[in-house]
Ligand binder design. Structure first.
Ligand SMILES: NC(=O)C1=CN([C@@H]2O[C@H](COP(=O)(O)OP(=O)(O)OC[C@H]3O[C@@H](n4cnc5c(N)ncnc54)[C@H](OP(=O)(O)O)[C@@H]3O)[C@@H](O)[C@H]2O)C=CC1
Ligand SMILES: CC(=O)N[C@@H](CCC(=O)OP(=O)(O)O)C(=O)O
Length: 305
């Protein structure tokens, strides 16, 4: 079987990486638009009409416009933007969340790809909330660092021009666009404090959740719950914390669709830091989109990854 795929926003950071993963595949035919007409709604509507699946790698407003252009077409959509991540009519593109969520992606006509930071936070927190090890109304903090490709072409240009400095912290207005999806897909009822940062390196991400454990709970309980949830998974792996010490490099999984989760305990056993390490352009964006595409088309989930 061969499927036709149109990547709207193919010239952008996420789009280019998806293209790279699909180009060599004999089971995928890429629908092309004349580069001079890549923002022309008429040319894009034609491309959507000839695609089995369209992958939107656009700013939010352009993604909403693209979905409107697809109205009445049988084309299935994967959207990489923030526009539909908490919309109940869209499947949430994190298949490892649950068997039901995976099944929903397989048959969906609309799939919203998760945010990069959200992928790490949700992977760590959703199974622990579901297991009752973290209360839904717990007061949580989530910290993270990303390579600058996470900010798309504009941020890449800033860092490459040398004007962005070595590192910065942001999201200090407590309004980061990933928080609603972090809450919606973990079951958290209290808004976490989420403070991301960007370093002067291109790609790779670590998401951290520090936790004080209630008495009677151990790091081993958290490790076991995560390991049970992700058992046998090929892309989300729960690894031994000691194997990562003393330093964890956010670039460690670059070029892969793998995300590694680890539970780092303090000497007294009463506090831990949960860590998710991933490639923001791999499992955090383009790799995840290709994984979802494979599931939607009934192909090998790991094809091209
Ligand atoms: N970078 C990352 O790590 C991640 C990104 N995402 C999401 O993916 C989406 C794309 O992000 P990213 O690739 O980083 O962004 P980029 O800015 O690198 O790329 C966006 C692309 O969209 C094009 N574009 C803008 N408006 C239109 C339009 N109306 N019609 C057609 N094309 C248009 C841009 O054109 P031009 O080349 O002219 O600027 C550009 O090529 C965003 O929604 C982002 O939030 C999600 C997870 C992680
Ligand atoms: C480093 C950086 O700027 N990251 C972006 C998030 C990544 C992104 O743009 O896309 P998604 O929201 O679709 O994941 C930000 O914080 O706004």
């Amino acid at each position: 079987m061969t499927a036709s795929v149109f990547i709207d926003g193919e010239a952008g950071t996420t789009g280019l990486q998806i293209r790279d993963r699909l180009l060599a595949r004999g089971d995928i035919r890429l629908v092309q638009v004349d580069p001079a007409r890549r923002k022309d709604p008429e040319a894009r509507r034609e491309a959507f009409a000839s695609a089995d699946v369209a992958i939107l790698c656009l700013p939010d407003a352009a993604a909403v416009e693209a979905v409107a252009l697809c109205e009445g077409l049988p084309t299935r959509i994967i959207d990489a933007s923030t526009a539909y991540r908490v919309n109940p009519d869209w499947a949430y593109g994190f298949p490892e969340l649950s068997a039901a969520n995976r099944a929903r992606i397989v048959s969906a006509t609309r799939v919203s790809n998760p945010g990069c930071f959200s992928t790490g936070a949700i992977a760590l927190l959703a199974p622990l909330v579901a297991a009752g090890l973290i209360d839904a109304d717990a007061a949580l903090s989530i910290n993270a660092v990303s390579g600058y490709s996470g900010g798309g072409k504009a941020m890449i240009a800033e860092f490459e021009a040398g004007t962005a400095g070595a590192y910065f912290v942001y999201g200090l207005e407590h309004k980061h666009k990933h928080v609603p999806e972090m809450m919606a897909h973990t079951g958290l009822t209290r808004r976490p404090i989420f403070i991301p940062s960007v370093g002067n390196y291109a790609q790779g991400m670590i998401v951290q959740v520090p936790l004080h454990l209630p008495s009677g709970q151990t790091a081993g309980d958290l490790q076991t719950a995560l390991a049970d949830h992700y058992a046998g998974g090929q892309f989300v792996k729960v690894v031994d914390a000691a194997s990562l010490l003393p330093r964890v490099n956010p670039e460690r999984l670059n070029g892969t669709n793998v995300m590694e989760l680890s539970v780092h305990a303090g000497p007294d056993g009463d506090r831990v830091v949960l860590l998710a390490t991933l490639d923001n352009l791999g499992k955090g964006a383009s790799g995840a989109a290709v994984q979802n595409l494979n599931l939607m088309l009934g192909m090998d989930e790991a094809a091209g990854l």
